[in-house]
Design a protein around this ligand. Structure first.
Ligand code: AR6
Length: 168
């Protein structure tokens, strides 16, 4: 399994699945969630309504509709509340559950945004390490997933990902 980083807009990627850093309502929001809904078109919101929300750290899947990606995997990451509310384990759960869902749906390539590090204020350095650790520990269990792309929307995020990939 290959892991790489990319600076760019996740809504433009032609991969089997892109991950959405959603909220527990799954009914859209700002940030990457807003961008994904805008690019996928209104059918995505209709599909999300049928899912009746999602718990933090869990994941649910829909089609990608107008997106170049076949599927969207929606996961609400944890809101950072200082670090003693199980945030690190919940962030790892988000990555792991998305990868398991992708594998079950025959996805070979999966792209992640930096879950929880925007509006949810999870510290970037910690989040990048958790992302890389969780993806690497999934490697031995992956039967279909061959490539994971960590998509950074800004260069600071990409630097933390690249550093984590070298050290974790
Ligand atoms: N492509 C890739 N990454 C992006 C894009 C994009 N088009 N747009 C933003 N990012 P955030 P969170 C980056 O706030 O912290 C929403 O309202 C962004 O720069 O989108 O998990 C949801 O509905 C940052 O690095 O997600 C929830 O209510 C990263 O994506 C809440 O925000 C995540 O930032 C979730 O907050």
């Amino acid at each position: 399994m290959k892991i790489r980083t990319l600076l760019g807009d996740i809504t433009k990627l032609e991969c089997d699945a892109i991950v959405n850093a959603a909220n527990t309502s799954l009914l859209g929001g700002g940030g990457v969630d807003g961008a994904i809904h805008k690019a996928a078109g209104p059918e995505l919101l209709e599909a999300c309504k049928e899912l009746h929300g999602c718990d933090t750290g869990q994941a649910k899947i829909t089609w990608g509709y107008q997106l170049p990606a076949k599927y969207v995997i929606h996961t609400p990451g944890p809101i950072w509340r200082g670090g003693d509310q199980g945030e690190e384990a919940l962030l790892a759960d988000s990555y792991r559950n998305c990868l398991e869902l992708a594998d079950c749906h025959d996805c070979q390539t999966v792209a992640f945004p930096s879950i929880s590090t925007g509006v949810y204020r999870f510290p970037l350095e910690k989040a990048a390490k958790i992302a890389v650790e969780t993806i690497k520990s999934f490697e031995s269990r992956a039967s279909v997933v061959q490539e994971v792309i960590l998509v950074a929307f800004d260069s600071r995020t990409k630097e933390y990902y690249d550093r984590a990939l070298e050290t974790v």
